[in-house]
Structure formats: C-alpha cells, structure tokens
Design a protein around this ligand. Structure first.
Ligand SMILES: Cc1cc2nc3c(=O)[nH]c(=O)nc-3n(C[C@H](O)[C@H](O)[C@H](O)COP(=O)(O)OP(=O)(O)OC[C@H]3O[C@@H](n4cnc5c(N)ncnc54)[C@H](O)[C@@H]3O)c2cc1C
Length: 1015
C-alpha cells in the first residue's frame, strides 16, 4: 500500500458503495460475536441496576439523581446527605418505587435509618464512579492498566482535575502529570511486549500514553488573547512533552469546548512544529465530528502535518459537550457550532474517518467511539484501502462498551482505553457526564443495551436515517422573506472573540480610533453645533496623560437654550406618532451595529473598559433601542373596555422635557437606554453625560443627528454636574429627570426636584434614580466551588468592580470558608492587570483620579477593619494610569464600613457566616437592595433564597453581573433607587402620563354598536 497524497478528499461513489456493504458486514460480525458472549458480571449488574433503570425511565428522577451524585462529595456527614436526599427526591416522590419512598420517609437526618441510607447512597455512587474512574492513586491506576493489558488493551491516562482557577492550580496539575509519568513509566516500560498493542509494523509504540487538557495548563486560557495563552500554556506543555519523551510516553491533547477549540489547535500546531518536537510522532490531538468546522480543521491539520514532515495521531470522536454547546449558543445568540441532528454527527464521523484512513500517512487514525456502526465504517474504509490493522487504532472509555472492546481485540485490532483517574470531587463531574451520555436517548449504547434496537437498524447508514425520519436537509430557499419589522425581541449577540475575524475587527477599530483621539466636540442644541468658552477634556484612564477628546462644557445659558429648544420640539415630535419615533430607535440600533467595534474602542480608551465589557455595553445600547421601540408601540396600542352607550379609552401622554443625567460606567448603554425610553414615548430630551465619558456620548448624539432627528428633540449638554446637571434638575421646564449614579447625588436630585415642584411649577417632577448597591454572593457549604470561585472573581473584579451590580461582599458558610478563600485569593492573584486596550487584561484602571483616591481610602479602612487576604500591587502601571490591584479582605465584620458602604472598585469583603440563617441576615443587612446571588446545590436553600434574599436582581448559581435587556430587567430598591427596572416592560411607564377618556355615546336612547378599541 503506497501512501495516499493529501489531495484525496474522499472515495468515489463506487468505492463508497463497497465500503457501505463492508461496513454492514463488519458491523454484523461484531454484533454476532457480542451476542455469543455474556456480559461481565459487573457490566450486567450496572445496566440492570435498579437505580439506573428508574433513572432511564423517568427524566425527572434522572435529573434529580444526577444532581444528587454531583453534590455528594461536598456533603460532609450523613445528616447533610439525608437532608439533600430528601430535598432532591421530594419533588419526584411519586415517581419512586414504594420501598424507596418508605425508606426516605423513615430516614431522618440523625436517625440510625438515616445514617444507614446515607452510607448506602454513598456506596452506590462510589460504585458508579469506580465503573468509570480507574482509581484515585497512581498505584490503583497502574493496577487498572495492568488489568487492561492482560486483556490485550492499551491505555491512555487522564488526570481528573477541578477547574483550574489559578496559576498555582495550573502548576499543580502539570506536576501531577510529571509525577505520574515518573511513577508509572519505569514499570510499564518493563512489561513484556504485546505486539497487538505495542507495535505498528516495525515501529514500536509508546506503552505509556497520557491525555491532557490544555485549559488545565493555564488559569487564563482565553481565546481573546491567543499569544499570551499560547506563551503560558506552551511553557508548561513543553515541560510535559520533555518529561514524556524521557519516559518514552505518548501525549495526546484532548478537545474541550468549542470556545477553546481553535486555540487548542493553534497551540498544538505551534509547539509541535518547534525544532525540538518536530520529529516526534508520539503526539496527537482530538477532532470532534459533531462540530460543523471539523472537516476544515482536519484538512488543515493534515496539511500542517505534511509540512511538519512527521505524522501526528488524530483521535476522532463525536464530542462530549453537545448539550453545553447547544445551550450556550442559544443563550448567547451565537450560531450553534454542533450539528443538531444525531445522524449528521454520525455521518460526519464516517466522512472524517474515511479522510483519516486516506491520509493516514500524516494523520494516524484513532477512532474513539462505542458506536459499532461508526467504528465498522472506519474499519471498512481501512479494509478497502488495504491498510494493515496496526496502522490505526480504536479507542474507548474505561467502563463503557466492554463487550465490544473484547470482540474488537479478538478481531485483531489495537484497542486503547481512556482511563481517567483522580479525586472524588472532580471525579463526580466526569461521572455525571458519562451517566448523561449513557442514558441519553441518542446514545448508541443505550439503544443497543437497554432499548434493544435491532442490529439492522443500528447499522443503518446515517444518511438513510436522515431521509427515513424526516430530517432530510431543508431545501435552500432563495430570497427568503425578511423578518417582520417587529419580530420578537432578541438580545444582540456579543462578539465572539474566539474567532480571529472578530479579534481583527476590534484591533482595526482600536487603531482607527487612536487616530481620532484628541478631537473637539461641541454642544448640540436645537439641531445646531454650539460651542462654549469653557472646555473639558476627557482622559484615558489607562494612560492618564492621553486626551481622548475635548468637549465644550455647557454653561447656564446653554441649559436655558437646550430646554427651550426641547420644549418647542415637543408638539411636533409627539405628533409624529409612535411608529415614526420607534423607527428612529430601530435605525439607531442599526447604526450602532454597523459601528459596534468603533464604539467599543471608544469605551476602551475613554472608560478603561476591557474588550468584552466594552462590546457588551454596545450590545446593551442596541438592545435598549430595539426593546423600547417594541414596548412603546405596544404601549400606544389603544386600550379600553367599551359597554353599549359608553366608549372608554386608556392612553398615555408624554411627560414633557426629560433631563437625562448618565453615568460613565456603562457610557453608551445607560445613556442610550434612558434617552431612547424618553424619546420613544414622545418626550424630548436634554442629555447630560458623565464628565468622564463625554466623547462616547458625543458619538451617540452624532448617530441620532445622522438619522435626521428633528431639531430640538435631542440636545447634548456635556459639562460639569454642578452647572449642567444641577441646572437641568432645577429648571422649571424639565418634567422628568432620569438619573443613574451615586446615592448622594441621586438623593440630592430627588430633594431638589421636590423643592422646585413645591415652588409652584404646576406639576410634580418625576425622578427616576438608579443608585448604588452593596451586592453580595452567598457561598453555601454544598456549592460547586469551581463555579463559585470563577463567578465571584468575575463579578467582583470585572471592570474593576465598577459596575452597579459588582459583587463587593461574599458571604461564605463556615464549612467551606477556608478552602473557598484560598482558591479565591489564588484565582484573583492570577488575574492580569494592564491597559484596557490589551485583550490579555483582566483588570484595567479605575476611571479617574477621584475614583483612585476613594478606592485607596477604602483599602486603608479595610486594613484597619479586617484581615488583608490579598493586596495586589499595581506597581509600575500606577505611574501611568489609575491602576489599583485587586484587594480581598477576609473575616470582615458584617457591620464594618467595608461591608456596608459602596466602594466601586476592585475591593472585595469576605464575610464568614456560621450557618445559612446568618448568611441571609448578613446578605440583607445593608441599606441597599440592588443585585445579589447565591451558589448552592440545596433545593431547599435555593427556595429560601428566592423568598428571603431581598434584592432587585437575584442570581442563583451564576455570576451577578451582565444583566440583559428583556431577560434580566435591572434595578433595585431600598437605597438602590427609585424607578422601575431598566430593560423591563414597566420602564417606559415612568416617562408617560396615563389618561382615561370616557364618552357617553347614547343619544336619546340610541347607541351605535360599540367598536373594539383597535378597530
Ligand atoms: C477514547 C475516547 C476519548 C475521548 N476524548 C474526547 C475529547 O477529548 N473531547 C470530547 O469532546 N469528547 C471525547 N470523547 C467523548 C466522546 O465524544 C463521546 O464518548 C462520544 O461522543 C460518544 O459517542 P459514540 O460514538 O460513542 O456514541 P453515539 O451514541 O453514537 O454518539 C453520541 C454522540 O452523538 C452526538 N450527539 C448526540 N445527540 C446529538 C444530536 N441531537 N445532534 C448531533 N449530535 C448529537 C454527541 O457527540 C454524543 O456524545 C472521547 C471518547 C473516547 C471513546
């Protein structure tokens, strides 16, 4: 057999027909041989296990059972275990067999029966774990490897790890691999050779084989920063590769989520092409056939391997994160990267398996599947090419498909077992993934073992399956109709910076905006640019001497002119009707979409926002336009209940001139939200942006002006708060004041507005004021700490803690306090501080000198009131910009200033709670009620949280920032503000006056037939 060149893409039709026939023949042979074997006792016991049978029969029991298994390792004693058993299974009680119900009823947390049940549950879960996890020590895993070898099966070892949240954890993970290699290689390399697994022709294959996840080699594995990530991962990976080579071991790179895929491939290719590793064939990587990109990736890899001059192994799998990828893409509004029908993944696997066999000279095929049809197809392709059976291999997971494994070994194929090993806690996450896979309705193993689907059906060509079940690809319709103007509201998808094209677009925008820094921006009054003798400059917080732009600063006379213009524009603007006004918003949204990277770049420079934060802010601004446009049209749809002889109309009037006084922390979104809400409901607006972000506001003004907004409808008054802001608040002709900002300013506005109203302007000014927060996250003692640590770090230090929703207190239950604190500190220490412009930055500067001073003063207070757990020095950076490293204070007294006052910076207070009751008291024990959250896996505590944690936005088991328009309308109560939630359906009501008009239509006993209001 000569090597096939890379140009060969697939077989011709004739060959494909032969391969298809051969696939069925091989498949039938495998099934036939399996049917003549008895499952091992262990295997049968597992599938027959009553608990598994219930789980598979009833989706609700399955969900609860897997959740219970997931939390089990975190439960300290039998009382906690029983409590969780009750909580989890209470909801699905009626689906459980009588004996189990009875058992649960008598097993109270401290009873003997309770202890017995807790023990039994733990044993059962451990039994399941042992089926899929090869051991917890290297000695155990060596014994497991030995058992596999006795069955003529090779192995690849995977160390189960917790999510790597810090550099310390990344180092530890690497060390585990180095130790493992040193511990097992001398023994394994000394075992007698088994040619079936240790040889490929004359070539000797490594007996030691490890599988590694690149994301575990770096705490900031982030595709937004490919160079930095590659550098850090590369350093650790090289160490691992060298040790593997010394130990004659093979290293295989696993594939994880789609977000990390491109970067994993890039790192793999880059490192393996280095001179030191270029000639080494004992390396490989995974390709996931469920990805739509897989074929392109595989072909690129083949081309790369050819250039490299030494082949690599490719483990072809379907992919283990199908549900995750589907849900995540739907949540983010991104294209779903995985096929949505199982047959498509199966068909792609087959196509890629053929490609691998054709190009085995450069890509050594390792087919990882338990699906007999999928494997048989790969084997058929190899047979068609006349490839010897040792030029490729088959791989399966430890504990799955044991009967198949042995049949395939007996047929002479090389079989390698993927053996995870490690601690119980990370082990449970792995176990749950395997349980889900095995009990999924789409699983081949379930279909063949429990659903007893016939071999003929299981061996069907996936493409025939497609036609048979009505899932044939839909015909392409040219010129499909465009969505209606008011299609249902959808959040604008944020940029996916894992994609090279989006990173490049952002880089280009940053370069373009850099060219435009330092320009002058006038006021905008009555459709005209107006200048002022006073100017104000806006600076880049990352480089405090860099001027982003200069704006005219509004004076008292400008306030007068702007309000007068807005007042004069009211009538015609209102007369335009809601549809025309809504159109402006939709067109503004389109303009922002077109300029999204440019707008985001301005935010990077003017407010020190990182790429993702800046991009999300632009998306939120677009969302406000789209959402309020729809809501306003709905609001103005005529309403009213008519009875014979009486017509009732319920409608809204605009309030008048709105003063919009906006903050700098969401410089485009909040300004756009308040402004468009006022405009679309028929009010006219004077915009007063924050002193720190006038240039971005000027861009918004520019967008509306370019759309041809009538003069006077929107006026732009950058300037000092004391002049422009206070002037607008006190002006007798501003009817509504929409403010977002600090508590003292908001309360002052409220008071002044009341005073002006009392002085007889003829109406009561309406104040909408979104103020501060002292947001907390509770970490319960059964929480998933991997998730809690990452979410707290992001919520507390994302945008340097300068979001209204930022987490500034974390309340941790005593049982997990120390371990959580330690991981939190290490994770935070691993964040990179830097200029906002650099995509690698996780913590940028605070917004200005005043913020810098204020945050520093709280750090001093913290030093007096609590224990410093982490104080990151911003070092040299602080000489150039307003940089403050993240600070974490531990053992913070709940009533201290640090735990009570809003800081608005990268400072986090960690508070210990003796029990859940105390955690709730601490959570609610501040003046504020804005956002908050909790990490817990106790259904009862989650229910209590919903009832008792008093905040406007409560988030359970996720971070507490990033509220989305429509999905998480934002705003709080107590001292966090007065006003309905932004991005919610009540919001527009604050800008209008409701009216009812009733007309008696009866004349001398005669009434016309009543018409419905919308006719
Ligand atoms: C040795 C080995 C190593 C592995 N390493 C990795 C790895 O590094 N990364 C990784 O992601 N996975 C890895 N896997 C896991 C592997 O992806 C799953 O075990 C595999 O997907 C199950 O596929 P199957 O062919 O055995 O079973 P099947 O039952 O034929 O296929 C199930 C698979 O089909 C796909 N699927 C399910 N429903 C749908 C649907 N509605 N539409 C489209 N596709 C669907 C999913 O990928 C699902 O896992 C590995 C597997 C093995 C055997």
């Amino acid at each position: 057999m000569t090597d096939t060149s890379l140009q060969v893409d697939d077989f011709n039709d004739q060959a494909l027909a032969k391969i298809e026939a051969s696939t069925r023949e091989i498949g039938r042979t495998i099934f036939d041989r399996i049917s003549h074997r008895q499952p091992t006792v262990l295997e049968r016991r597992w599938w027959d296990d009553r608990i598994m049978s219930w789980a598979m029969q009833d989706e609700s029991v399955k969900v609860q059972m897997f959740r219970f298994i997931d939390v089990l390792p975190m439960l300290g004693d039998s009382a906690a275990t029983i409590r969780h058993l009750h909580e989890y299974f209470h909801e699905v009680d009626r689906h459980l067999p009588g004996a189990v119900r009875l058992g649960l009823a008598v097993a109270t947390p401290h009873s003997l029966a309770g202890r017995a049940l807790a023990l039994a549950a733990r044993r059962q879960a451990m039994g399941h774990a042992r089926r899929f996890i090869a051991g917890t020590t290297s000695a155990e895993v060596l014994a497991a490897a030995m058992r596999e070898r006795k069955l003529r099966r090779g192995f690849t070892l995977d160390i189960l790890g917790e999510a790597v949240t810090s550099e310390v954890e990344a180092d530890r993970y690497l060390q585990l691999y180095l130790d493992l290699l040193d511990q097992i290689a001398p023994t394994v390399n000394g075992w007698p050779e088994i040619p079936q697994i240790d040889r490929a022709g004359i070539q000797e294959l490594p007996r030691v084989n490890v599988s590694v996840k690149l994301s575990a080699l770096d705490s900031r594995f982030d595709p937004i920063d490919p160079e930095g990530t590659t550098r850090r991962v590369g350093n650790r990976l090289r160490t691992l590769l060298r040790r593997a080579r010394q130990n004659r071991a093979h290293v295989h790179v696993d594939m994880e989520s789609y977000q990390t895929k491109d970067l994993a491939l890039t790192i793999f290719r880059q490192i393996m092409a280095e001179d030191e590793f270029r000639d080494w064939p004992d390396v490989g990587i995974v390709i996931q056939a469920y990805l739509k990109d897989a074929e392109t990736d595989l072909k690129d890899l083949a081309e790369w391997a050819r250039r490299r001059g030494t082949p690599v192994w490719v483990r072809l799998v379907k992919g283990a994160y199908w549900d995750y990828e589907t849900v995540l893409a739907e949540q983010l509004g991104w294209p779903v990267p995985v096929f949505q029908q199982k047959w498509r993944s199966d068909a792609n696997f087959e196509r890629l398996a053929r490609y691998l066999m054709l190009n085995h000279r450069w890509l050594r095929p390792a087919l990882g599947s338990h699906n007999i049809r999928s494997l048989a197809h790969g084997l058929a392709a190899a047979r068609h090419l006349g490839l010897p059976s040792n030029s490729f291999e088959l791989q399966m997971l430890y504990g799955m498909g044991d009967l198949e494994k042995q049949v395939l070994v007996d047929m002479g194929y090389r079989m390698r077992i993927y053996m995870p090993y490690g601690e119980l806690i990370p082990g449970m996450a792995y176990l749950v993934r395997r349980l889900l896979e095995n009990t999924s309705n789409d699983s081949f193993l379930k279909a063949s073992f429990t659903d007893l689907v016939s071999p003929e059906k299981l061996l069907m060509n996936p493409l025939d399956h497609a036609a048979g079940d009505g899932h044939a690809p839909p015909p392409v319709v040219e010129n499909a109709p465009k969505p209606a103007r008011f299609s249902p509201f959808k959040n604008e998808p944020t940029a996916d910076f894992a994609r090279e094209s989006q990173r490049a677009a952002m880089q280009r925008a940053l370069a373009q905006v850099t060219e435009q820094l330092g320009r002058h921006y006038p006021l905008w009054i009555d459709g005209e640019a107006v200048d002022s003798s006073e100017k104000q400059a806006s600076f880049d917080p990352s480089l405090r001497d860099r001027v982003v732009g200069e704006t005219a600063a509004a004076q008292a006379e400008h306030v007068e002119q702007a309000v007068a213009a807005a007042k004069a524009a009211l009538g015609p603007w209102n007369a335009l009707g809601v549809n025309a006004r809504a159109d402006f918003l939709l067109r503004a949204a389109d303009a922002m979409r077109r300029r999204r990277f440019e707008l985001a770049a301005w935010e990077v420079f003017e407010c020190g926002k990182g790429w993702r934060e800046a991009d999300a802010d632009v998306c939120e601004a677009i969302d406000f336009c789209e959402f309020y446009a729809r809501d306003a049209v709905a609001l103005e749809t005529p309403q009213g209940v008519d009875v014979p002889g009486e017509e009732n109309r319920f409608l809204y009037l605009p309030r008048g001139v709105a003063a919009v006084i906006a903050p700098w922390n969401f410089p485009l979104a909040i300004l756009t939200g308040m402004t468009t809400a006022a405009l679309v409901t028929g009010n006219t607006v004077v915009m007063k942006p924050a002193e720190q972000s006038p240039v971005i506001a000027a861009k918004l003004m520019e967008i509306f002006d370019e759309l041809g907004l009538p003069p006077g409808v929107l006026n732009f008054l950058p300037g000092k708060g004391e002049t422009a802001g206070a002037g607008l608040v006190k002006h007798p002709d501003t009817a509504v004041i929409a403010f977002t900002g600090s508590r003292p300013v908001g309360l002052a506005i409220n008071r002044q507005a009341a005073e002006v109203s009392a002085a007889g302007i003829g109406y009561v000014k309406r104040v909408i004021a979104e103020l501060g927060g002292k947001n907390a996250i509770i970490v319960d003692d059964d929480a998933d700490l991997d998730e809690a640590v990452l979410a707290v770090v992001k919520s507390a230090f994302g945008y340097q803690g300068q979001k209204c929703s930022a987490c500034s207190r974390v309340i941790v239950l005593a049982n997990v306090y120390d371990v959580f604190l330690q991981r939190l500190v290490e994770a935070t220490r691993s964040l990179q501080i830097g200029e906002a412009e650099d995509p690698a930055t996780s913590v940028g500067p605070v917004v200005d000198a005043e913020a810098f001073e204020r945050v520093q003063s709280y750090i001093e207070i913290g030093r007096r009131e609590a224990r410093v757990a982490l104080a990151v020095d911003a070092a040299k950076l602080a000489e150039r910009g307003f940089f403050i490293g993240p600070h974490i204070f531990a053992d913070v007294p709940p009533n201290s200033r640090l735990a009570q006052e809003e800081i608005f910076g990268p400072v986090l207070a960690v508070i210990r709670a003796a029990d859940f009751d105390e955690a709730i008291r601490i959570f609610n024990g501040t003046d504020y009620a804005l956002t908050g959250g909790m990490f817990s896996r106790s259904p009862a505590n989650l229910e209590r949280a919903k009832r008792e944690l008093l905040v406007g936005n409560l988030y359970l088991n996720r971070g507490i920032t990033g509220a989305l328009v429509g999905r998480q309308p934002f705003g709080g109560f107590k001292m966090s503000g007065i006003g309905s939630k932004a991005g919610g359906h009540d919001y527009l009501l604050q800008f209008v006056l409701p009216r009812t008009i009733t007309e008696n239509t009866m004349r001398r006993g005669f009434a016309p037939a009543s018409a419905s209001p919308d006719e």
